[in-house]
Design a protein around this ligand. Structure first.
Ligand SMILES: C[C@](O)(CO)[C@H](O)COP(=O)(O)OP(=O)(O)OC[C@H]1O[C@@H](n2ccc(N)nc2=O)[C@H](O)[C@@H]1O
Ligand SMILES: Nc1ncnc2c1ncn2[C@@H]1O[C@H](COP(=O)(O)OP(=O)(O)OP(=O)(O)O)[C@@H](O)[C@H]1O
Length: 292
């Protein structure tokens, strides 16, 4: 039995500039976040006395269905806010790799907020306020649209929709800790002063988007490669694929993305890459962007 369900799409940081640091240690960011078709799913299964969770899916094995799970944390936070006595059994289908820079846990939490928000008639601005303390990536995942993220991730401005094209995601099968990467970022030189990227009203083509991105970086990429050199190998392999317009790491890693002129070209590159037996433990996904 499923009462309601929704998809929690992978968030990809096309660029990520660290622009400052708050007194509490959190870093200020400027990032263009987009969403891909790859997704987890959250299902509201049936009414229950208290919120409970079961986890299915390929990447569910390494994840505990206990109080630390962001799905339960989100559900309970919204239940308190909405002063609701009703609770549900939730099912998480975990298809996205865990601790991989594509916001999986954040997307699951945001998806849970959307589902319960729909049921309890909660406005999006309230969902965003509840999302913020759950994690820096949770607010952007509530809206699940192409967005410029600033502050520590809570200042959201809509960005032009993605042009037609394709994206390939590759994770080399290693989990990366976000706080560790931010710490290494500081140790490896820290903040670079530079002008903020300016977005056009729309990107005429994937090449126009790639041209803008060529003037940006993911500041966490070098620290992440320092922790896990295989990320450098993933980027090399991605760059070697036909039609790959650019390759870069997302978030704090280790997932990397490649941009392609079409979803078909991204799928072809995925097939090529997967032929190599050395890549057998790598997770891949290819297809279109999630459009606004
Ligand atoms: C790197 C990004 O994925 C970019 O979208 C996000 O900023 C990370 O978002 P997240 O995983 O939801 O992060 P949180 O769970 O809030 O924070 C994990 C840890 O990462 C560090 N952190 C996170 C976000 C941020 N803006 N500055 C930070 O310094 C902090 O040490 C924090 O304790
Ligand atoms: N539903 C969930 N899915 C994934 N991780 C979860 C979940 N709930 C709690 N966690 C914990 O959150 C941590 C971060 O996992 P997540 O997959 O969100 O990382 P990430 O992809 O690097 O996210 P981001 O890009 O937001 O930094 C993991 O160490 C995991 O134990």
């Amino acid at each position: 039995m499923t009462l309601l369900h929704d998809t929690a799409h992978a968030k990809i940081n096309l660029y990520l500039h660290v622009t400052g640091r708050r007194p509490d240690g959190y870093h200020l960011l400027d990032s263009l976040a987009v969403f891909a078709g790859a997704a987890d799913e959250v299902r509201l299964a049936k009414p229950s006395n208290t919120f409970s969770l079961s986890i299915e899916g390929h990447f569910g094995k390494g994840l505990e269905a206990n109080d630390s799970n962001l799905v339960l944390r989100a559900a309970r936070a919204l239940q308190t806010h909405a002063r609701q006595e009703n609770a549900y059994h939730l099912i998480l289908e975990k298809n996205l790799p865990v601790a991989s820079g594509i916001g999986g846990g954040s997307a699951d939490a945001a998806c849970t907020l959307r589902l319960l928000g729909q049921l309890w008639n909660i406005a999006e601005k309230d969902l965003l306020a509840i999302a913020e303390p759950l994690g820096a990536d949770v607010p952007v995942c509530v809206q699940q649209k192409t967005t410029r993220m600033e502050g520590i991730g809570e200042i959201l401005t809509s960005a032009p929709a993605m042009p037609d094209g394709g994206i390939l995601l590759v994770n080399p099968g290693i989990a990366v800790s976000t706080p560790d990467i931010f710490r290494s970022f500081a140790a490896m030189g820290g903040i670079i002063e530079r002008p903020a990227p300016v977005f056009p009203a729309r990107w005429a083509s994937m090449n126009a988007l790639v041209d803008m991105l060529s003037h940006t970086t993911n500041d966490l990429q070098a620290p992440a490669i320092h922790h896990a050199p295989v990320i450098g190998t993933v980027l090399d392999r991605m760059n070697a694929q036909n039609d790959c317009l650019m390759a870069r790491m997302s978030g704090s890693g280790a997932t990397c993305f490649g941009l392609f002129p079409t979803a078909e070209a991204a799928r072809k590159a995925e097939m090529e890459l997967s032929k190599n037996p050395l890549h057998s433990g790598w997770w891949t996904w290819a297809g279109p962007f999630l459009q606004n």
